[in-house]
Design a protein around this ligand. Structure first.
Ligand code: F0G
Length: 462
């Protein structure tokens, strides 16, 4: 097999922000050492998220010009509806402005306060937040292999089937639906196997519980099934994806990932009665059911993106570029989670910076160093995000101190990644002397977005 190269060429380009180290230092101080507070103009390589950061294709831009902005019954909706129904098989397709809007509508309809339990492999933050906001309990039942960042199991997004069966019995009558996130973002962008999704479907259905997918990275998940699951190599990714959707009764979907668009989402399902209630709720906040919070041109772009993302040359390049980044980071001495996920590499900051205790946020220290040394913006997924700070000053760290390098789709080239790896090598060399971070301002909820930090002084260890 030769070099895996980008199966596209550039038509429109955007300059990269190239700042001096002093300029980055000033920007970082102004941002309170919180990378969410940096202006994008101060960032050279933006790996904060793969969500909504896709470069669209010429075909998508062309389709946008066909957008029929009729308030009701737009041509663009019908085109979008056909593409989503052909892929998923679900009878009812409801556009939303992004994934969390689909979640909000679905859970508002099915969660009963103080009673409902919703199992999944791992709920993404917004999914969990929407369930909890409605008074339900979001249960994570991911398989055992997912707990160890060093083992290379092929399907760490699988659900533990024994736990799921036990959960269905224990909470009988109180599970309005079960979910599975593909790929499992919270667990490291890891795929779920077809066999596991099939078994989850069987267990839930044997208890008369509907099954919904959080499907925003469905194409990357289907590609991994084709590559890794015995007996799947000869099938097309589209066929695999169609089978996965057919095993469930509906999905929530953020188009900002495998939809290859900057904005858009879907709530789709087979149940006509639930769909009607969803449309009624949609009208309150998102808009009429044939545009649902999007411009019709956004639906056109999403319809094209859903076809393009199933191009296997694209998926080969996509997963190869994530793997290339992961292998490169390990080579320069930054340990990463295994195996690399579909959309992101998760560096193990706890292992790289053992001299920084969890309450001094090793993930934040690594993320700040990557920015300072080379303008790379990553995202801490450790004790800043998931640590618990009690009113009595107590502190419970996150299970792992990770830093996520999420690759936007079709945006950065291999030489960009090579430059990121040069920066990573400089940071790895500095690792023993990197200071921990003190959180000096911490809001009560979602501190990672707005907390302010400063480097600990006088803790340089060699
Ligand atoms: N589900 C998963 C698995 C996600 O990763 C996200 C978003 C959502 C739902 C919500 O979708 O943003 O369109 O409302 N993930 C982004 C990320 C934000 O950076 O991982 P949304």
């Amino acid at each position: 097999m030769g070099v895996v190269f980008e199966p596209f060429k550039a038509k429109v380009v955007e300059p990269l922000a190239l700042l001096s180290r002093d300029e980055r230092q000033a920007a970082l101080e102004l941002a309170g050492y919180n990378l969410f507070a940096l202006p994008a103009d101060a960032v050279t390589f933006d790996l904060l998220t793969d969500s909504g950061t896709t470069a669209m294709s010429a075909e998508q831009w062309a389709a946008m010009m066909r957008g029929d902005e009729a308030y009701a019954g737009s041509r663009s909706f019908h085109r979008f509806d056909r593409v989503v129904r052909d892929l998923t098989g679900y009878a009812h397709v409801i556009p939303t402005h992004q994934g969390r809007a689909a979640e909000r509508i679905l859970f508002a309809l099915v969660v009963e306060k103080g009673r409902s339990v919703i199992p999944s492999n791992n709920h993404f933050d917004t999914t969990r937040a929407n369930i909890e906001f409605d008074g339900g309990e979001a249960l994570d039942l991911v398989c055992q292999e997912a707990a160890d960042p060093k083992t290379s199991a092929p399907f760490k997004g699988d659900i533990d089937l024994d736990k799921l069966e036990a959960c269905c019995r224990e909470h009988a009558g109180n599970i309005p639906l079960g979910m599975q996130t593909i790929t499992n973002n919270t667990g490291g962008g890891q795929p779920a196997s077809l066999a596991n999704i099939r078994a989850v479907s069987e267990i839930l259905h044997s208890h008369d519980i509907p099954f919904f997918l959080d499907a925003c990275r469905f194409a990357e998940n289907a590609w991994f099934i084709k590559q890794r699951e015995p007996g799947q190599a000869h099938r097309s990714v589209r066929e695999i994806a169609q089978e996965v959707f057919a095993l469930a009764d509906g999905c929530t979907f953020s188009g900002k990932k495998d939809g290859l668009v900057n904005m858009g989402g879907v709530l789709a399902m087979n149940d006509p009665e639930l769909a009607q209630r969803a449309r009624n709720l949609l009208i309150l906040t998102e808009g009429f059911p044939t545009y649902g919070g999007c411009a019709a041109r956004d639906l056109e772009a999403l319809a094209v993106g859903l076809e393009e993302v199933l191009d296997e040359k694209y998926l080969e390049y996509r997963t190869a570029s994530v793997r290339y980044l992961a292998e490169g980071l390990e080579k320069v001495g930054i340990p990463v989670m295994h195996p690399p996920g579909g959309h992101a590499v998760y560096a193990d900051a706890g292992a790289l910076l053992p001299h920084i205790p969890a309450h001094d946020y090793p993930g934040q220290a690594l993320a700040c160093a990557l920015y300072l040394e080379g303008g790379i913006r990553t995202c801490e997924i450790g004790s800043v995000m998931f640590g618990r700070r009690g009113d009595d000053g107590s502190f419970t760290p996150a299970r792992l101190e990770l830093v996520r390098f999420a690759l936007p789709r079709r945006v950065y080239t291999q030489s960009h990644v090579d430059r990121m790896l040069e920066v990573a090598a400089e940071v790895a060399a500095l690792a023993p002397s990197l200071p921990g971070m003190e959180m000096v301002e911490a809001p009560r909820y979602l501190p990672h977005f707005t907390a302010r930090f400063r480097p600990r002084t006088g803790v340089t260890v060699s």
